[in-house]
Design a protein. Structure first.
Ligand code: GLN
Length: 196
């Protein structure tokens, strides 16, 4: 399975490395023309305003919406989660507006700007290592969104069909099971599109 990592800004190389460990082929994506050859795409962490602006400039907003509407899986981590959301607390403009959720940027405040912890993630394990860096939280979800993980009662991972979102950086640990989970989503989407 060929998985793209949107390479406009942010943590790209680490994701490509993790995709490889999980058994897929990771490629850096800089042009919309590359989307046609991908089975799934990851939108990495970084700075969501910058990533959103560059996505608009390079035509990725419409093209990734189309990619997702075709049933191909999209995984947003940290800033990527913000990019996927329908709504961002306190901001007028959202980005891809693919996932039925409202998110809050930099939701942990200055005291907990970055930390590492273990999370119970539905469908993976009770203990998965996760690194949070100026992380967002999912404050509200629609009925079609499945909550996969919470931390202190707040939502930090969710799935809506072929869309996956995590507040944290799963690529910054040596635990690649979150990438394995995404790769399984990609394999399933791939085999059901072949059957169709
Ligand atoms: N704080 C960043 C934002 O709001 C996200 C941080 C990250 O991706 N590590 O865009």
């Amino acid at each position: 399975m060929k998985i793209g990592v949107l390479a406009l800004q942010g943590a790209v190389a680490e994701h490509i490395n993790m995709i490889g460990k999980a058994g897929g082929e990771g490629v850096a994506v800089k042009k919309t023309e590359q989307l046609a050859e991908l089975d799934g795409i990851i939108i990495p962490g970084g700075e969501s305003t910058t990533i959103g602006k560059l996505m608009r400039e390079y035509g990725f907003i419409d093209e990734i919406r189309l990619f997702a509407k075709q049933g191909k899986p999209v995984f947003g981590t940290c800033a990527g989660l913000i990019i996927l959301a329908d709504d961002i607390v306190g901001e007028e403009q959202a980005h891809l507006k693919l996932m039925n959720m409202k998110v809050q940027r930099n939701a942990f405040g200055r005291q907990r700007e970055s930390f590492e912890t273990e999370l119970a993630i539905k469908g993976i394990d009770e203990r998965v290592r996760a690194v949070f860096i100026r992380a967002p939280l999912i404050k509200e979800v629609g009925p079609d969104v499945d909550v996969l993980s919470t931390h202190n009662g707040e939502i930090v991972a969710a799935r809506q069909g072929n869309l996956l979102a995590a507040s944290f950086h799963p690529e910054l640990t040596d635990d690649y099971r979150m990438h394995e989970y995404f790769l399984d989503m990609v394999k399933q989407a791939h085999s059901s599109s072949v059957q169709r």
